[in-house]
Design a protein around this ligand. Structure first.
Ligand code: FAD
Length: 499
């Protein structure tokens, strides 16, 4: 029998579940705008470094980096590298697909990370704003733009990190010649969450950058507490109001309840609906409208004359360029130096850094209610309700993917020669790591959304959801900036509510 110890009184004002960029945004905004609040953040995975949420790419020692990635790969794969799930996967993430834990994983590459900082300790840092119909139209335009600005501040986003990269200008000149885009959808440097230093080096923004002073024990103060290895297994609520959270210490197995009038669930797009389901909060739209961004990829080699023309000794770099989304071409292109990307490069000793260019086109798909993550009463490896994913593309999605393949072919031909004979190809569903819609935001409680414009769950006062699952629109752009912007709005609504 499970023993639950109840911590009496009201020790916390807000409990945040999940320590990725979305949860960190709540913590940071509450710290800045309501510093008197006592906030507890719980994270199922381990702390990877002293600086909470540090991007593992910033760890100089390759062995330390590999160990941090492995430790993020969940309770099964992090135990030993041999037990890692076969199939596609990125370092620092683990696949949902393990027969005993997810018997119907309709997205074979669906993955997650479990560590302080979440996927924000492993990501590529591309932070484009959504454009055209990717934007959420029921939110006031000025309010949304102000939230994007704030999100860019929190993530330290800049378009200038690689502005002097010699290959980058050439890459953009060639793409511009091919696509002839003008206005906001023009070919441009990809906004990236990085800090550039005077010596030309860059630091990639991990979740520590969002946490700011809360990232380090010395500057954290006594109003914010971060507990790693701590699973929230239930949001406690009574009569339509949140009263606290049931927590399990994964190192000792001890279960306790902490009281709090506000709980923010920022546990990624698959595990946020899982926790609501486990808590008996099951609005009709929970887990539905699950949306992935089909990803078409290829790689090219820049022509030798371009590579040779670059001053020897200059930092040879192609940075990251962006072919923005338009409603006519509902995909967006991320064109990046492959040795800076998480996709491994074929062994080739003669590669000039920056001269191999990865082309990754993310497609927008229709938001379909039947595409969903479902839960049953069997336990997964954390003891939480087991997931099944049901996911199919529509005719329109298939057409968009074909158009994206054509666009990648055009881009590749404009840039150089393809690395191999394969035409641009579609990665398995889930590879984008950009899952959305599973706890989607809506303007009204009409059964098609889980939360309102302030991210508060319909019918459960004090319960907020955060992360990519909240995004209701069909988007192709990388989602983290949008999730952080929506979290800014949610956090401010908590400040208004509590003060
Ligand atoms: P996460 O960062 O996933 O964090 C959720 C956390 O919640 C996890 O640490 C998890 O352990 C914890 N958790 C889950 N359940 C519980 C529970 N019950 N109790 C306690 N804790 C729990 N996005 C972009 O926008 N641009 C990019 O360029 C980009 N590149 C990427 C490249 C890679 C290799 C990866 C892995 C991801 C990339 N992403 C990118 C995705 C991006 O990292 C995510 O969008 C972002 O991290 C989502 O933030 P989040 O806080 O919502 O969730």
């Amino acid at each position: 029998m499970k023993t639950v110890s109840v911590m009496h009184g009201q020790p916390y004002d807000v409990v945040i579940v999940g320590s990725g960029p979305s949860g960190a945004t709540y913590a940071r905004i509450l710290h800045e705008e309501a510093p008197q609040l006592r906030v507890l953040m719980v994270e199922a995975g381990p702390l990877l470094s002293e600086q909470a949420g540090l991007h593992v790419k910033n760890l100089a020692d390759p062995q330390a980096r590999a160990a941090a990635q492995l430790a993020s790969q969940g309770p099964v794969t992090s135990l030993s590298p041999e037990s890692a799930t076969p199939g596609p996967g990125r370092p620092g993430t683990f696949l949902l697909r393990r027969d005993e834990f997810a018997p119907n994983a309709g997205m074979p590459a669906a993955a997650m990370s479990s560590n302080v900082g979440g996927m924000g300790a492993h990501w590529t840092c591309a932070c484009p704003r959504p454009g055209a119909s990717e934007r959420i139209t029921f939110l006031d335009d000025d309010l949304l733009d102000a939230a994007f600005l704030e999100a860019e501040r929190l993530l330290s986003v800049t378009s200038e990190a690689f502005e002097d990269a010699p290959f980058a200008a050439e890459v953009r000149r060639r793409l511009d010649g091919e696509f002839q885009r003008r206005g906001p959808a023009a070919i441009q440097p990809m906004p990236l969450a990085v800090q550039k230093h005077p010596d030309g080096t860059v630091t990639w923004s991990g979740t520590d950058v969002v946490l700011g002073p809360l990232g380090a024990a010395e500057t954290r103060g006594d109003r914010f507490e971060l507990r790693d290895h701590t699973l929230c297994q239930r949001v406690v609520h009574d009569d339509g109001h949140v009263t606290g959270a049931e927590l399990k210490d994964l190192t000792t197995g001890a279960v306790s309840i902490v009281n709090a009038p506000v709980v923010v669930v920022a546990a990624d797009a698959l595990r946020t609906p899982q926790l609501l389901f486990a808590s008996g909060i099951r609005p009709r739209a929970l887990g539905r409208y699950l949306n992935d961004q089909p990803q078409v990829i290829s790689a090219v080699r820049l022509p030798p004359d371009v590579v040779e023309a670059t001053t020897v000794g200059a930092a040879r770099n192609s940075g990251v360029s962006w072919v923005p989304y338009t409603d006519e071409e509902p995909f967006h292109g991320q064109v990046m130096q492959l040795d800076a990307s998480p996709i491994p490069l074929a062994e080739d000793d003669n590669v000039v850094p920056g001269s191999i260019i990865g082309l990754g086109w993310f497609c927008a798909t229709e938001t379909v209610e039947e595409n969903r993550v479902e839960f049953d009463e069997n336990p997964d490896h954390y003891g939480m309700p087991r997931m099944s994913i049901h996911y199919n593309l529509t005719w329109k999605d298939l057409r968009v993917i074909d158009e994206a393949k054509e666009a990648v072919t055009r881009a590749g031909k404009a840039l150089g020669t393809f690395l191999d004979d394969r035409p641009p190809f579609l990665l398995p569903a889930g590879s984008s790591l950009h899952y959305q819609g599973s706890v989607r935001m809506g303007q009204h409680d009409d059964g098609r959304s889980v939360c309102g414009p302030d991210s508060q769950v319909w019918g459960t006062a004090g319960l907020y959801v955060a992360g990519n699952g909240v995004i209701p629109t069909s988007t192709a752009c990388n989602p983290t900036l949008t999730s952080v912007a929506l979290a800014v709005l949610g956090a401010r609504s908590i400040v208004d509510r509590i003060q």
